[in-house]
Design a protein around this ligand. Structure first.
Ligand code: ADP
Ligand code: ZN
Ligand code: ZN
Length: 727
């Protein structure tokens, strides 16, 4: 009997063999027995037939779920690579890789269920016989042709659908889905701007490479027209009837971005992000798999989207941290993009104004083709960076008088000013004026943040929240005071200082959900507000043509972080923020207010810019033998008892040191994580490092089993993170 090799969603490294009376193609989902459960797995290989009696009795596949393979050989290769590279159970890799509905075993066919009007429904619509407005709308949406069930269910409540069905005004039918692949014959919908010399060199550089795998790093200053380069580079790819997959950071995926691609080519662009329904995501996944979409734009997990005719992969803002998954399978979508492009044998374009040191190093070492845009597009000038010394200054709303007058003059000229403060809430701490005690979250041992509008305290580590107390829990004094500045307080303070100026606050409290953010961004560009106050959200990729001044408040914490990547992250943030100003005809400037004006990192950025900083930082990393000149992995562990975590990691350390000499491995720790305690659990980590990546992998592969069999391994919560980006 044929034996199939199945990746089953269990936390075990291996795949499992099952019998089936006929061979099953790889890439097909099957329902299989596992212990006393029934699970959905993916066939990842066929083992000959079971020839001799091995003494093992294999169980049989319960049901074959797909007529044709859902996953092509490239995705199977990719999954195997992920399991190996991240030392992650193959079945769980597949769970991550599959759209949720497929994971649950839901059917996927080319036929789909749709709603259509019955004759009675047609009459009811024409004569407006139904009362409910929603019901009327639902009928109207079916007036011309059947509409897919999922779409109707998204737009109308179950009650509406039920009512119409019961009155026999609508019914379901099965329709054969038509496959539309006419996007390759697009006609440009707008005139293509004439590329600058630098852009033209970059475009030619990519397109003359041909259709084969190669990685390009497009290092282009903010506003230099990287998106324009993508647009011109993909035009011939689409014409050749090949699909393009574009990854963007979570916050960067707005209708603004998608709109630019749709407007240029006039074709439907598939969009994938985490806030979509499972059904909507599966539809885009399926359309791409069938070749119905020429362009798919998505966030991190979109890297798993199947393409029947792949032509190119682009990762925009490739340095962005949202490309790294921080739980479960901790993959980096940019690194995976390299692997995917290589497997598919298509070009990969990584773009950023502030490339990660990893990618920059690959470009400088000529493993990637390095393309550079040093000038802003359309004649816009570079933003001038300045440092403002806030020592001994009488601050108002947290801002020094000199800076307030700079703001005033920009505002008076009718321009927009962006004030950046990476701390939401009213104040980052509440303390007792009598005894000095701060009001802390008990389970994280960190001060609560005060949110004035809600009258509540919130822990920004674990999300715990409680009412603002009336008195100090230690001395019962009622003189509790807030300490420090958050965006909520900044908004209030600036409102008092600039009463005639319309302002808007953009942070995750004030703006909830993607739609709200998009609305605010549109309003900003329609000049509804002049003063923009915000956190990280405002730093990413948005195009603000009317902003001429960016003010950065309170960045001193970032200058003194223990994380060796902190300078890189800080430089990226500052450079991206500066990139929000002066993007159109008006020149822009940026002030960084600090108590440490002489800090070497600030000085370097101001005088020499990111590109110079990055090359210098690479040199330092090399001297210190840090990534990208070495490879790291982190084992994190957490439990309610600190001692237990510590003991576990000591044992893990012992296991690793037993093998370290073979691989030249270096171990540090156990060290407390940067956030030492969260939700009552103590968090520690062990750092593993080797000069050679392969050595690190072999070291882990030969030790992990021993770690897994430690008695404490089942009692503490622990994880392995390959190429960690934070600690
Ligand atoms: P980036 O992606 O590097 O931030 P964009 O592609 O968004 O830059 O370009 C910034 C602005 O310059 C956009 O408004 C864009 O339309 C415009 N632009 C880009 N390239 C050109 C060009 N060659 N000629 C004129 N305008 C351009
Ligand atoms: Zn007190
Ligand atoms: Zn907490």
């Amino acid at each position: 009997m044929p034996v199939v090799d199945v990746a089953v969603p269990v936390p075990l490294k291996q795949s499992f063999s099952y019998l089936h009376d006929t061979p099953v193609a790889t890439g097909v989902r099957v329902k299989v027995p596992f212990g006393n459960r029934t699970l959905i797995g993916v066939v990842i290989g066929n083992i000959e037939t079971q020839t001799e009696d091995t003494g093992l009795t294999l169980k049989s596949v319960i049901e074959v779920l797909d007529e044709v393979p859902l996953f092509d050989p490239t995705l199977i290769t990719l999954a195997n690579w992920l399991a190996k590279y991240y030392h992650h159970p193959i079945g769980e890799v597949w769970s991550t890789l599959m759209p949720v509905r497929l994971r649950k075993g839901m059917p996927l066919t080319d036929k789909l269920d749709a709603f259509t009007l019955t004759e009675a429904g047609q009459d009811a619509l024409e004569q407006s016989l139904v009362r409910g407005k929603k019901q009327q709308l639902c009928l109207a949406s079916l007036a011309d042709e059947p509409v897919e069930e999922g779409e109707i269910k998204q737009r109308f409540s179950p009650a509406v659908i039920k009512a119409l069905s019961e009155k026999a005004l609508i019914q379901t039918v099965r329709i054969k889905q038509e496959i539309q692949t006419d996007w390759a014959s697009y006609t440009l919908q707008e005139t293509t701007p004439v590329a600058s010399t630098e852009q033209a060199v970059a475009i030619a550089g990519v397109n003359q490479n041909g259709t084969e795998f190669r990685t390009f790093l497009l290092e282009g200053v903010t506003g230099s027209g990287k998106t324009e380069v993508y647009l011109q580079v993909i035009a011939p790819v689409l014409k050749a009837n090949r699909q393009v997959l574009i990854l963007v950071p979570e916050i960067g995926l707005t209708p603004q971005t998608v709109g630019r691609f749709e407007r240029r080519f006039g074709i439907k662009v598939g969009v994938l992000h985490s806030q979509m329904s499972d059904l909507a995501r599966l539809q885009v996944w399926q359309q791409s798999r069938r070749g119905e979409l020429g362009i798919v734009i998505g966030t991190r997990s979109a890297i798993f989207t199947p393409m029947v005719r792949p032509g190119m992969i682009i990762v925009d803002e490739e340095h962005d941290e949202s490309f790294k998954q921080q739980d479960g399978l901790r993959y980096h979508a940019r690194d995976l993009a390299v692997k995917r492009a290589q497997t598919e044998n298509v070009p990969l374009l990584l773009g950023s104004a502030t490339p990660s040191l990893e990618s920059l190093n690959n470009a400088l070492a000529k493993r990637y083709t390095h393309l550079q845009l040093s000038e802003r597009a359309g004649g816009a000038s570079h933003t001038q960076l300045k440092v403002l010394d806030s020592r001994d200054q009488p601050l108002q709303a947290g801002i020094a008088p000199g800076l307030l007058s700079v703001m005033r003059s920009h505002l008076q000229q009718g321009n927009q000013v962006l004030v950046f403060l990476n701390r939401r809430g009213y104040a980052p701490a509440v303390l007792c004026h009598h005894c000095g005690q701060t009001v802390d979250c008990k389970s994280c041992e960190r001060p609560f943040t005060y949110h004035k509008s809600q009258g509540r305290l919130q822990c920004h580590h674990c999300g715990a929240s409680k009412r603002m107390p009336n008195q100090c829990s230690a001395c019962h004094s009622t003189s509790l005071q807030t300490s420090g500045l958050g965006t909520e307080q900044l908004e209030q303070g600036l409102g008092e200082l600039f009463p005639d100026i319309k302002q808007v606050r953009i942070d995750s409290d004030a703006v909830r959900g993607k739609d709200a953010l998009v609305t605010r961004l549109d309003e900003i560009n329609a000049r509804k507000y002049q003063l923009l106050i915000g956190t990280q959200i405002l730093s990413k990729g948005h195009h603000f043509p009317h902003v001429t001044l960016v003010v950065v408040l309170d960045c001193d914490g970032a200058l003194f972080s223990a994380d060796f990547r902190a300078p890189e992250k800080f430089a990226q943030l500052i450079t991206q923020l500066a990139g929000r100003a002066g993007r159109a005809t008006k020149p822009g400037e940026m002030y960084i207010q600090t108590d440490n004006p002489g800090h070497p990192l600030l000085q370097e950025l101001i005088h020499n810019g990111f590109a110079h900083f990055a090359r210098h930082a690479l040199h330092e990393r090399k001297m210190a033998n840090l990534p990208p000149y070495s490879a790291q992995a982190v084992i994190r562990a957490e439990a309610n008892a600190a001692q237990q975590v510590h003991t576990f990691l000591q044992q893990v350390k012992q296991a690793f040191s037993d093998h370290s000499h073979q691989f030249g491995g270096y171990i540090a720790g156990p060290l407390p994580c940067l956030i030492e305690k969260r939700q009552g659990r103590f968090r520690f980590m062990l750092l593993l490092q080797c000069s050679q990546r392969a050595a690190l992998h072999n070291w882990i592969a030969s030790t992990l089993r021993q770690v897994q069999s430690l008695p404490l391994a089942t009692r503490v919560r622990w994880s392995l993170d390959i190429d960690p980006v934070d600690f």
